[in-house]
Write a new protein. Structure first.
Length: 167
């Protein structure tokens, strides 16, 4: 959103830190996937930013794009978001043989490593940084996620946070 996530900040004694920002609620949506190579245990991250709320069609398109990138069968583990279930049925109607779907238990974000991706982005580099408009928000988010995607140890840390050992 255009409203910043405010974290604890520092200022000179007697000076109250002030973050000026818009009171607009414009936003972006993001789709993110952590891809784990079963043999080598390599982790990659893919993401897509959208100027609208993500719908089932967006998730289905993203998975087809992801399949073209990894060029192999995939096990997709995701939460029970209704748009995820609809995307799954869309792909199954198209006789999608490259995807196998598993669902995380309901109300268990602590088991989803992608939740940690977004938490790290929002409460890390993007905290206390109010964008001027959605274009600048797009640039902030894109830069932050690209930085994460290039840090192998951080990508593995997302799995450790969810209690998943990659070794």
């Amino acid at each position: 959103m255009l409203q910043p996530l405010v974290r604890r900040s520092w200022a000179e004694q007697g000076q109250t830190p002030v973050i000026e920002h818009w009171h607009r609620h414009d936003r972006l949506s993001g789709i993110t996937a952590l891809v784990l190579s079963p043999g080598r245990r390599r982790v990659n991250m893919y993401f897509q930013l959208l100027d609208h709320n993500a719908k089932a069609e967006d998730f289905a398109w993203f998975l087809e794009y992801l399949h073209q990138e990894v060029k192999r069968k995939m096990w997709i583990v995701w939460d029970n978001l209704s748009a995820h279930r609809k995307a799954e049925s869309v792909l199954e109607q198209h006789n999608c043989r490259w995807a196998h779907f598993e669902h995380l238990p309901s109300y268990s974000p602590e088991l989803n490593p992608v939740e940690h991706v977004w938490s790290t982005a929002k409460w890390g580099r993007m905290a206390n940084t109010p964008p001027d408009d959605t274009q600048q928000l797009y640039e902030y988010v894109h830069e932050t996620l690209t930085g994460q995607a290039n840090e192998t140890q951080l990508l593995k840390a997302h799995f450790r946070w969810a209690g998943l050992d990659l070794n």
